[in-house]
Design a protein around this ligand. Structure first.
Ligand code: 16C
Length: 254
C-alpha cells in the first residue's frame, strides 16, 4: 500500500474505498459488522451490570466495571439525541481529521500517519497527561460508512469506527499506548412538515457511542473512573454542540 502523497491541492492520493487485499480490510468489515449487530441486539440501558453514570435527559452514559490484570478496562456506552443535525453530519465530523482538535478537549496533539483510502486513515492521538499516571497515546484506523437498511426492521445509519492498530511509522516508544475499539452510530429521524421543505427543525439525530478502552498499563482505578465520569458526557455535549454550530447555516447533508 502506497504511503500518502500530498499533492499541491492537498488532495491525498489514495483509493476511493479500501481494496479487499489490504491487510486491514477484513478487520474493518468485522469491526463494523460486530458494532452494528451489537447495536441491534443490546439496547443501551441499565441492566446486566451496566450502570448509568450520567443522565442529562437527552444524554445518558453507562459503564460496566471490568478489570484485566488489575487494569480497569470499563466498557462505556452512551446514547444522545440531538435536534437539527443528521447522522451523516455527526459521523462526518467525528471522522474528519482536520477538525478533530476543535472538539477534542483531552488531546495534546494528533497527526495522520497514513491515508488508506477516501474513507479510512490511520492517526495518532497524544492524550493529555493525567497525574499521577504516565502520559498515553493511541494509534488507530478510522473508518466511516453508510449502512443502508438491511430489512424493514433494520436501521439506515452512518457509522464511524476508531480501532487500534500498529504501524511501522508510529511505534509506541514515547508514551504508554492505549488500545481501543470505539464506535459512533447514528440514525436520523425525520418528522416531515405538513407542507413545504424539510428544515433542520424537522430532523433529530439518535447517536449511540461505545468505547472499549484499555489504558495499556498501570492506572489508578479511582482516578481513571472519575476522569471517565466527567469526560465522556463532556465530550458528547461539546462534540454535538460543535456539529450543530458547524452545520447550522449549511444545507442539510442527508
Ligand atoms: O472517541 C473520542 N475521540 C476519538 C477521536 O479522537 C477517539 C478517541 C478515543 C480515546 C478514548 C479514551 C482515552 C482514554 C485515555 C486513558 C488515559 C489514562 C490516563 C490514566 C488516568 C489515571 O475515538 C472521544 C473520546 C472522549 C474521551 C473521554 C475520556 C478521556 C479521558 C482522557 C484523559 C485526559 C483528561 C484530560 C483532562 C483535561
Amino acid at each position: 500500500e502506497k504511503k500518502r502523497i500530498v499533492e499541491s491541492t492537498s488532495k491525498p492520493d489514495h483509493a476511493i474505498s479500501l481494496s479487499s487485499s489490504h491487510p486491514f480490510y477484513k478487520e474493518i468489515n468485522d469491526a463494523i459488522n460486530s458494532h452494528l449487530n451489537r447495536l441491534l441486539m443490546e439496547p443501551v440501558e441499565e441492566k446486566d451490570g451496566w450502570v448509568c453514570i450520567a443522565d442529562q435527559g437527552d444524554l445518558k452514559v453507562f459503564k460496566r466495571e471490568l478489570e484485566e490484570n488489575g487494569i480497569p478496562i470499563d466498557p462505556m456506552k452512551a446514547v444522545c439525541t440531538v435536534k437539527g443535525i443528521t447522522g451523516h453530519e455527526v459521523c462526518q465530523y467525528f471522522w474528519a481529521f482536520d477538525t478533530r482538535m476543535e472538539w477534542e478537549a483531552t488531546l495534546d496533539n494528533c497527526h495522520v500517519v497514513e491515508w488508506l483510502s477516501d474513507d479510512t486513515f490511520v492517526s495518532n492521538n497524544v492524550i493529555k497527561r493525567v497525574w499521577p499516571a504516565s502520559q498515553r497515546d493511541a494509534l488507530f484506523w478510522s473508518h466511516i460508512r453508510h449502512v443502508s437498511k438491511r430489512n424493514d426492521e433494520g436501521p439506515d445509519c452512518w457509522i464511524v469506527v476508531n480501532y487500534s492498530c500498529e504501524h511501522p511509522e508510529c511505534q509506541p516508544v514515547k508514551y504508554v499506548r492505549i488500545t481501543m475499539n470505539v464506535a459512533l452510530i447514528c440514525e436520523t429521524i425525520i418528522e416531515p412538515p405538513a407542507s413545504g421543505d424539510i428544515t433542520r427543525k424537522n430532523i433529530t439525530c439518535k447517536i449511540t457511542y461505545t468505547a472499549d478502552v484499555n489504558p495499556g498499563g498501570w492506572a489508578p482505578a479511582s482516578v481513571l473512573r472519575a476522569v471517565y465520569k466527567r469526560e465522556y458526557p463532556k465530550f458528547l455535549r461539546r462534540f454535538t454542540e460543535f456539529v450543530v454550530d458547524k452545520t447550522k447555516d449549511k444545507p442539510i447533508l442527508f
